[in-house]
Design a protein around this ligand. Sequence first.
Ligand code: ZN
Length: 209
Amino acid sequence: MTQTATGRPGKIVCVGRNYSEHAKELGNAVPKEPLLFLKPPSSVIHEGESIVLPPQSKQVEFEGEIGVVIGSRLSHADAAAAARAIRGICALNDVTARDLQKSDGQWTRAKGFDTFCAIGPESAAPSDLKTLVVLTRVNGVERQRGAASDMVFPIPDLLSYISGIMTLEPGDVVATGTPAGVGKLAAGDVVEIEIPGVSKVRNPVTNTV
Ligand code: ZN
């Protein structure tokens, strides 16, 4: 695989509850339309950089996801055009302050802290996106395993849907949702998101100094 470092995206568009087992584990229904939110570019870290637990939260959790890097401008695109606009695939950790997500109602704070978006190097997308698998390990122990074939909304449909709302620009990243198994991180943990054969990102977890 040829990998390139994914830089700082202009925006990170995320999809909530895109695997039915994960929606269930948090007591949520599977949405009728993709549920979107944004993470700020300032939240991005790369391989080996620390995820810093903020003092405002007592429950910071990992969310291993398949990240899609956009290669060409997409606006009001259909699913076929959206699939052609994919530049690469990267492992992504949508780190979330679960307690703040619940108490705030909207998710900007819970999802937006500095260091809350770990992004691995990108590789070219496989010809069949449904073959992608994502897994999360904490301290070497597997905690999540999900397949793109289990997504509620497949990747091209997600990109098409998003492009009907906001233009996707080259370098933008779409986080396509997390499978079941999310859990809490503690200082001293090492969390790794891997898309086998495609991308991997590994980050230690620390307290605020
Ligand atoms: Zn997520």
